[in-house]
Design a protein around this ligand. Structure first.
Ligand SMILES: [Zn+2]
Length: 700
């Protein structure tokens, strides 16, 4: 406003003086078919501290005030301030100690204070006509024309809203804030940045308006004097009302006669017949006050503190805050130990979802499919849950068909893993068939060792509410460790050994453990799939819900010293071998491993005690026709041989034992024939069974 240009003008017909914005002088003059004599011009700053006279009340003097919300971008002019009819005007008035009396009542009509001509007239209809007539009568109307301007409407009734100041109940938060902020320091926020955001929100709010004027809600238990501006609330009235509400519910406020709400003994304390002059107030509590006090009703125990409050970031100024403030006010304690704050879901291109844009993705449609299921297929609840879990929910997440299809793809891979596990424990009963850990194949022990690590990491991730990490850990495990490695190695043992052979039972023991840990680990994310798995585990006689049988259990026995070294060194040799025959069938080769005598040789010897074997643990790992383990070079190697060299550092007992050893992997095409039963190149001649298969088939 200070930069705006104004003119003091004199009307040629009436002789009266007006202040007009300079650019409006010609416009107003031509519209009124009159002329103005410009007496002087000045800027907005010159107007500060000036006064205006009221067009209808000659004795009323109104000050001219600067205000930050009046800007040049909306044009020049003086802005009329109605302190009782808008936030900005109210702030200017409070700043300058102007009266904020409201001349409009709750029905939208002028009150008696507006004067007899206006009293009881509706402000939006006949009231406007009367004001125009009054301005005409006082010869102060320069111009009358209709103009459209933007004004709030009620979305439900489509009728204009009359903004008016009203008396409300407030909680003075400034007195609670210091304690609340101190207590927040001990609350864990996920993500951590939400803590500052919440403090900032609190700082911006000096008062909390807890009263609302609605038809339905929890009443504010205050009695209003029928004629005087007085209120009645004290510990006696509250105690009495609390008993009534406990017995009959909060509706008593609206249904019981006032003399029952304010009984004699309470009335007598107010004193005299005046007491009968009170009536119950009609205000209800802000719903955030209701939900914000839920800690007092739902949390058990004497400390009534929740482990976790979980909501969207919009609640940093809502429920999180109202819960904290009510709890601090009553008992100087935060109602939560941890607060998890998530972001919002956006459309696939990152656009905001809104009803008016018509781009809202309905979770029910995702789960059950839309009307046209070719366009909106049913994904099921698990797909939606998986997608939520793998998203970074602490930021904004985008949702659309490609994200849902990817989630469905992931679950289908997990499902295949589970089918393999279930299928291969079909004839297994842990109670009678389990192999003790120390009798298990080293690779089976090793996979249990990996499983132990996985379970621990998943546990930690859940504790951090990092569900995305749970999914990444699971995916890495079932694709890399299981499908690509372990399952491919053990297939021969599972399918070709005798059903009850301890070698087969050894890996079934591991598979049963893997199945159990996997299903429990993803159960919080994919409850339906986890339950389905549990209903199909063959050795569970009476299938119980996965949610009623506890969390994952792993054994520290599975963490065995030397195990990692044995498997890691053997896998390094395996990788050399497989890398030297890309695209070829490993079973068509035989491998010779030469390790100088020492720790590495002793460790690898755990996997193969004989010099040459087609049935050893080492050969299973190599997936070769046969493997030979030597401590020095063999004298006569065939001509078509590939020789690979490597070193492996053994690090045992926290670095106390360190030994680097060299090894050679010598790869030669096999001279054996393919066994028609197990398809391994372990038979002495074609169309005869290999010795192992002959044993199994012979039933020895
Ligand atoms: Zn065979």
């Amino acid at each position: 406003m200070p930069d705006a240009k104004y003119a003091l003008v004199k009307c040629s017909t009436s002789g009266e003086l007006y202040i007009l914005a300079e650019d409006k002088v010609t416009f107003v003059a031509s519209a009124l078919k009159t002329t103005y004599e410009v007496i002087s011009t000045f800027s907005g700053a010159d107007l500060e501290n000036g006064t205006c006279s009221h067009p209808l009340l000659p004795d009323k003097v109104s000050p001219l005030l600067p205000a930050n919300h009046v800007t040049m971008t909306k044009g020049t002019g003086l802005v009329h301030t109605a302190p009782a009819h808008g936030m900005e005007d109210y702030s200017v008035a409070s700043q300058h100690n102007l009266s904020t009396d409201c001349l409009v009542d709750e029905d939208g009509v002028f009150t008696a204070a507006a004067g007899p001509e206006l009293q009881n007239k509706a402000v939006l209809d006949e009231g406007t006509d009367v004001v125009i007539k009054m301005l005409q009568a006082s010869k102060n109307l320069l111009l009358e024309e209709k103009l459209e301007h933007s004004y709030p409407y009620d979305w439900r009734t489509k009728k204009p809203v009359v903004i008016r100041a009203s008396k409300q109940w407030f909680v003075n938060i400034s007195e609670l804030k210091a304690t609340a902020k101190e207590l927040l320091k001990k609350v864990k926020f996920i993500p951590g940045s939400a803590q500052n955001a919440m403090v900032e929100m609190m700082d911006r709010r000096p008062y909390w308006c807890i009263s609302r004027q609605r038809v339905w809600g929890v009443p504010i238990p205050v009695f209003h004097h029928k004629t005087k501006d007085e209120f009645l609330i004290n510990s006696q009235t509250i105690e009495h009302l609390a008993k009534l509400v406990e017995e009959h519910g909060s509706d008593v406020w609206w249904t019981l006669p006032p003399e029952q709400l304010l009984p004699k003994e309470v009335l007598s304390q107010v004193g005299g017949p005046d007491a009968l002059e009170y009536e119950p107030g009609r205000d209800i509590l802000d719903i955030w006050f209701d939900s914000g006090t839920s800690w007092a009703c739902v949390l058990p125990g004497t400390d009534q503190t929740a482990d976790l409050y979980l909501e969207g970031k919009d609640q940093l100024g809502g429920w999180f805050q109202s819960s904290l403030l009510t709890s601090v006010a009553v008992r100087k304690r935060a109602p939560f130990k941890t607060v998890v704050v998530h972001g919002f879901t956006l459309g696939e291109k990152g656009e905001k979802m809104s009803k008016s844009l018509g781009n809202v993705i309905d979770p029910d449609v995702v789960i059950n499919g839309g009307k046209d299921q070719s366009k909106e297929p049913p994904y099921g609840a698990d797909v939606l849950r998986w997608w939520v879990a793998e998203s970074n929910v602490f930021a904004e997440v985008t949702l659309g068909p490609s994200a849902l299809n990817a989630a469905r793809e992931d679950i289908s891979k997990l499902r295949n893993t589970l089918r393999f596990l279930l299928g291969n424990v079909a004839d297994f009963n842990p109670e009678t068939d389990s192999v003790p850990v120390d009798k298990m194949y080293v690779v089976d022990q090793y996979v249990l060792h990996l499983l132990q690590g996985l379970a621990r990491k998943i546990d930690d991730s859940y504790k951090q509410y990092d569900f995305g990490k749970v999914i990444r850990l699971l995916q890495a495990f079932y694709t890399r460790e299981l499908s690509n490695f372990y399952f491919s190695i053990i297939k021969d043992r599972l399918y070709c050994e005798k059903a009850s052979d301890p070698k087969r039972r050894s890996c079934q023991t591991a598979l049963a453990e893997i199945l159990d840990v996997l299903a429990r680990s993803f159960a919080p994310i994919l409850p339906h799939l986890a339950e389905e798995v549990f209903q199909h585990v063959p050795y569970i006689q009476e299938p119980k819900s996965v949610f009623r049988t506890g969390w994952t259990t792993t054994s520290s026995v599975w963490k065995k010293p030397g195990l990692e070294e044995a498997m890691e060194s053997a896998c390094a040799m395996r990788d050399s071998f497989l890398g030297s025959i890309p695209g070829k069938n490993a079973a068509e080769y035989q491998v010779t491993i030469v390790i100088e005598p020492g720790l590495l040789f002793e460790i690898i010897e755990m996997l193969q005690s004989e010099e040459t074997s087609s049935t050893s643990q080492l050969n299973e790992l190599m997936m070769a026709s046969q493997t030979t383990l030597l401590s020095q070079d063999a004298p006569n190697m065939p001509a078509d041989t590939t020789e690979l060299k490597g070193t492996f550092l053994i690090n045992l007992e926290g670095g106390d034992i360190r030994e680097e050893s060299e090894y050679k992997v010598i790869v030669t095409p096999t001279t054996k024939e393919k066994c028609p039963r197990c398809w391994k190149f372990t038979a002495e001649s074609s169309n005869t069974l290999c010795p192992r298969c002959a044993d199994v088939v012979g039933g020895k």
